[in-house]
Design a protein around this ligand. Structure first.
Ligand code: AQP
Length: 325
């Protein structure tokens, strides 16, 4: 039997370069490996753990599917679906919550950060986020999860839940691992923290024009004189250079930097151009797919059918083991 892969992205807005490099690139790589069966969702139920607009969420559900398709996810190879359409995720999360302590959830750095960011939104759903994520993964008995490094604490919780369920109830959940990419952590363009949708000025969208990308790359804080240790904005710039430029160009800029002769405008222009060259075909494909609403609907409908078949089987097993049927 093929090993399973599960991943998802919250429907909080348009995808940015961090989502693309940290998650989507890994999703594509695994989709194209015949050893795996891949299921990729729009994590709309995770979206409501932070303040949101229902009308925008409705639009974003489909926009993320369009982003997935444009970036290279292929519904012939991967199951693409919307999380909230598979009610088994929520039912399993409830059963899992019976073996997870409140303290364990309260101590997670991801939870603390979100509470700091949205102090008026310290809800049960936010506290429960990692439990629902464990259910998202384990309802498909997925072994591999292509996500950015920021999700590692949640994966640790998933493994703990799998172990405890197996020990307590004799289930056979795998202990899933993260599938990492070279872009597993893309820093904010502002020089502090990670690239994030909710931090204005921190990100490049997949739909940005060359002018917008140039402007954003120019905004990365760099020293006026090159040389010395590579830190802060300079580090971000070199990471993007490593990910997008030819190795020889990257090395040339690095050597110039260490010799103290690098003009930041040159590396910034080269990086902006290289990012745009990678995004351009995605943008072109996106505008074609966006016009074909019926196709997108069909992808989502087929995806839900496949996801539901697997998820309902797991629920049946879990309920039997837990004495619920
Ligand atoms: N900066 C990043 N570098 C690498 N990977 C990243 N991911 C997110 N930011 C980076 C990965 O993208 C996937 C989707 O993450 P998410 O569903 O948590 O999306 P999000 O919450 O909308 O991501 P943001 O941008 O951080 O949004 P806000 O600001 O709303 O919290 C995951 O695999 C994640 O690791």
């Amino acid at each position: 039997m093929k090993k399973r892969v599960l991943s998802g992205i919250r429907a909080t807005g348009r995808l940015h370069l961090g989502n693309y490099l940290g998650a989507v690139k890994g999703m594509i790589e695994l989709q194209n490996n015949s050893e795996y069966e891949c299921l990729y969702m729009v994590a709309d139920a995770h979206t409501i753990t932070t303040p949101y607009n229902p009308q925008e969420l409705k639009t974003n559900q489909k926009e993320i599917i369009i982003d997935y398709l444009a970036a290279g996810l292929n519904p012939e190879k991967s199951t693409l679906f919307i999380q909230s359409q598979i009610s088994e995720h929520f039912e399993l999360a409830y059963y899992f919550s019976s073996i997870v302590s409140i303290a364990r959830m309260q101590h997670l750095p991801t939870y603390k950060e979100k509470v700091k960011q949205y102090p008026k939104n310290n809800t049960m759903a936010l506290l429960n986020y990692p439990v629902l994520m464990a259910a998202d993964i384990l309802v498909y008995k997925a072994n591999l999860v292509p996500v950015g490094i920021d999700q590692e604490p949640h994966l640790e919780v998933t493994r703990e839940i799998a172990r405890k369920m197996n020990q307590t109830y004799g289930t056979n959940f795998p202990e899933p691992k993260r599938f990492s990419t070279p872009g597993e952590y893309i820093p904010s363009l502002k020089g502090e923290g990670k690239m994030s949708k909710s931090v204005e000025g921190s990100y490049i969208n997949l739909t940005d024009s060359i002018d917008e990308i140039r402007k954003k790359i120019k905004s990365i804080p760099t020293a006026t004189i090159s040389g010395g240790p590579i830190t802060g904005g300079v580090k971000t710039l070199f990471l993007l250079a490593k990910l997008f430029l030819k190795e020889s160009d990257y090395q040339k800029f690095k050597d110039e930097y260490h010799q103290g002769i690098l003009k930041f405008v040159n590396i910034k222009n080269a990086v902006a151009e290289a990012i745009y060259q990678e995004l351009k075909p995605i943008q072109e494909k996106r505008s074609q797919i966006a016009q074909n609403k019926d196709y997108v609907e069909k992808v989502v409908k087929n995806g839900a059918e496949r996801a539901k078949t697997i998820a309902s089987q797991t629920l049946k097993e879990v309920k039997e083991k837990m004495g619920l049927r």
